[in-house]
Design a binder for this molecule. Structure first.
Ligand SMILES: Cc1cc2nc3c(=O)[nH]c(=O)nc-3n(C[C@H](O)[C@H](O)[C@H](O)COP(=O)(O)O)c2cc1C
Length: 395
């Protein structure tokens, strides 16, 4: 198969040609687009589309037991698409064959301003990969992961599938290529949590997470090149709150950052009503809400019982994908335990502040990849939209 992102690339080019030299950003911030009246939108709709809530209704009972291996593999992708991703961009594409699922970055959805080095993109891909593996295990399908298997840098991973009994020795031993958590280390309860997991951005109660639950959360990180560091010390938490507030002010002062965020809000990526999305987009794009955001994020962090940081031994793509896997595994177990999670990435998006965070955490040889709050909150969060598996499966 060629580069799957080319499908989107050509649509984009077609859109550009038809509208002359107008670029996506200009069109996207236009009033017409904001009001959903962009006459040229059909050209770019596919790569702007954030989906709807129907993918959350996936039912394990619909698994095609008697179907072909391809049909079964395609079914697993229904769970992968429920993964979290930065700004809910869902920057993933999949190809499926008899015995393989290949995972690609959909670079048309890359957050070029917030995530210029694509770190969050690969963390998000790791989260989708983890859902895929959890689902495979649930349906008794063996798997072996090869990270970055080809010369195409967008090709994040290939998952070789096999019926449970055919699993390779490589996988069981966990060699360099497939050194991901082996099947028997994953908690079977994680599967049921996939459609229930949500990002919860509200204030968390002061109630501490019981020690045994903390231990269980810690133990899901079995990778030797990834570590999960918990921060509960109020002084350190205060510093993380300050760093985050500084990051927010820095980010929101940049009109390009606000435009990019506003674009995804306007598309409905964070859920809510159509009108709310459009108003939110206008507010974020044209007003610098950085001070307010800084104040709110600072308060959230100061009142949170626990922050976790996923850190890796190297800062390469493989490490970032594996960080995403660990984050998703923790989020799923947290869901099982009734604990909410909320990634807060601003501090990691500003290189100097990311370094300050790493210094604060100690062991500076470990790169900080993903930071999130954990805690208890009342009230359920609404699911955010998703593109269905059919929209992200390419030939
Ligand atoms: C790499 C990554 C970075 C994220 N950063 C943030 C963040 O800084 N702030 C935030 O509120 N949510 C953040 N999120 C959560 C996403 O916005 C969320 O996953 C997405 O909107 C989909 O919603 P859901 O998790 O409820 O399904 C991040 C998620 C990932 C995977």
């Amino acid at each position: 198969m060629g580069d799957p992102t080319r499908v989107y690339e050509s649509e984009r080019t077609a859109g550009r040609t038809d509208r002359g030299e107008t670029d996506e950003r200009e069109l996207d911030t236009s009033l017409l687009d904001t009001l959903g009246l962009d006459a040229f939108g059909r050209f770019s709709r596919r790569y702007k589309w954030v989906g709807d809530k129907r993918p959350w209704r996936v039912s394990a009972a619909a698994f095609p037991e008697e179907g072909t291996p391809v049909e079964q593999a395609q079914f697993l992708v229904r769970y992968a698409v429920l993964a979290p991703s930065s700004h809910n961009t869902q920057q993933w594409l999949f190809t499926v064959s008899d015995d393989e699922i290949r995972l690609f970055a959909d670079t048309n959805r890359w957050l070029t301003v917030a995530d210029p080095d694509k770190r969050e993109l690969y963390v998000s891909l790791g989260a989708a990969l983890e859902n895929l593996l959890v689902a495979a295990e649930h349906f008794g399908i063996g798997h072996e992961v090869r990270y970055l298997p080809g010369s195409d840098s967008n090709h994040a991973a290939t998952v070789r599938l096999s019926s449970g009994s055919e699993r390779s020795d490589d996988e069981l031993a966990g060699d360099e290529r497939s050194a991901e958590a082996s099947t028997d280390r994953r908690d079977s309860r994680l599967f049921e949590a996939i459609p229930r997991r949500r990002t919860h951005r509200g204030r968390y109660q002061e109630r501490a997470i019981p020690r045994e639950d903390l231990r269980a959360l810690q133990e899901v990180c079995v990778e030797d090149d990834v570590t999960l560091q918990f921060v509960a010390d109020p002084v350190k938490m205060g510093t993380i709150a300050d760093l985050t507030a500084r990051a927010d002010r820095r980010q929101f002062a940049d009109p390009a950052y606000r435009r990019e965020l506003g674009r995804w809000i306007g598309r409905g990526a964070f859920g809510g009503s159509w009108l709310g999305s459009k108003v939110g987009k206008l507010l974020v794009t044209y007003l610098n809400v950085g001070r307010r955001q800084a104040r709110e994020d600072g308060q959230l962090l100061r009142s949170t019982p626990l922050v976790a940081v996923v850190r890796t031994k190297s800062d390469g793509r493989r490490a970032q994908i594996r960080a995403g896997q660990v984050f998703e595994r923790v989020s799923l177990l947290a869901t099982v335990l009734g604990v909410q999670t909320h990634p807060m990435s601003a501090v990691l998006e500003v290189p100097s502040l990311r370094r300050e965070l790493t210094d604060l955490l100690g062991r500076s040889e470990w790169s900080s990849q993903h930071l999130f709050r954990l805690g208890y909150a009342g009230g359920a969060s609404e699911p955010s939209p998703r593109r269905p598996a059919e929209a992200v499966l390419v030939d």
